[in-house]
Ligand binder design. Structure first.
Ligand code: TYD
Length: 214
């Protein structure tokens, strides 16, 4: 797996706050207080055709086997990376691309449902992120955060989320071995403290340093 420079991924169990942190990071870029590079914020599953089918399956409206989910997530990812205005093109042209969830989500979640082999094989050809931020939190606390939401996803169960966390912690070393810089963020800290830690890690990227030291 080759490293895709300028590509950052947020990962974590459900309710770990990756989407909130992505928004806060976006705000920092929007405020324009510092000299920063162009940035693209994105997410998986995407809002494209395959991503929409996946979201219906996540809501439990369409019943799909774990293997089918694994294949759909990787098909959605291929479009996201290589389709029109894709992640790879943006990162290569010098934008910072920050993505909520990526291949590790498939290896963690679909790995629980259909075993390690298929998700690993389906995702082995995608480039690895330059930086991976893993938002670590006790699943009990994380699920409490999601309680107010009207919509519950099929994976939002404590037994499943306990396994999700175990697998994330186990698989982070393989991400390091692929060459990604991996930072474990304590996602139970106050939102602002987490945002600061995220920024500390982002600001170490060469694409940011080049701009801020100009
Ligand atoms: P999440 O990222 O929490 O988004 P939202 O806040 O919109 O609900 O939900 C996406 C769900 O999809 C989450 O439960 C993890 C799951 N998922 C996989 O199982 N495999 C994957 O490859 C990806 C990208 C996500």
């Amino acid at each position: 797996m080759a490293i895709l420079r300028n590509f950052v991924v947020f990962e974590g169990g459900d309710g770990s706050g990756t989407s909130t942190q992505l928004e806060l990071l976006q705000r920092r870029f929007d405020e324009g207080r510092q000299n920063l590079p162009p940035v693209v914020f994105t997410f998986e599953p995407t809002d494209g055709a395959v991503g929409q089918l996946l979201r219906a399956a996540l809501r439990g409206e369409v019943k799909l086997r774990g293997e089918t989910m694994a294949r759909l997530f990787s098909a959605d990812r291929a479009e996201h990376l290589y389709g029109e205005d894709g992640v790879v093109q943006a990162a290569r042209r010098g934008s910072l691309v920050v993505c909520d969830r990526y291949t590790l989500s498939s290896r963690v979640y679909q790995g629980i449902e259909c075993g390690d082999e298929l998700p690993a094989a389906l995702n082995s050809g995608f480039p690895a992120p330059e930086l991976l931020l893993y938002f670590d939190i006790d699943p009990h606390t994380a699920l409490l955060r999601l309680e107010k939401r009207a919509q519950k996803d099929i994976y939002e169960r404590i037994d499943f989320q306990l396994r999700v966390r175990e697998r994330y912690l186990h698989l982070l070393d393989s991400c390091r071995a692929e060459g990604s810089r991996v930072a474990v963020i304590d996602a139970s800290s106050p939102v602002d403290a987490v945002a600061e830690e995220v920024w500390q890690n982002i600001s170490l990227l060469p694409i940011i340093k080049r701009c801020t030291t100009q």
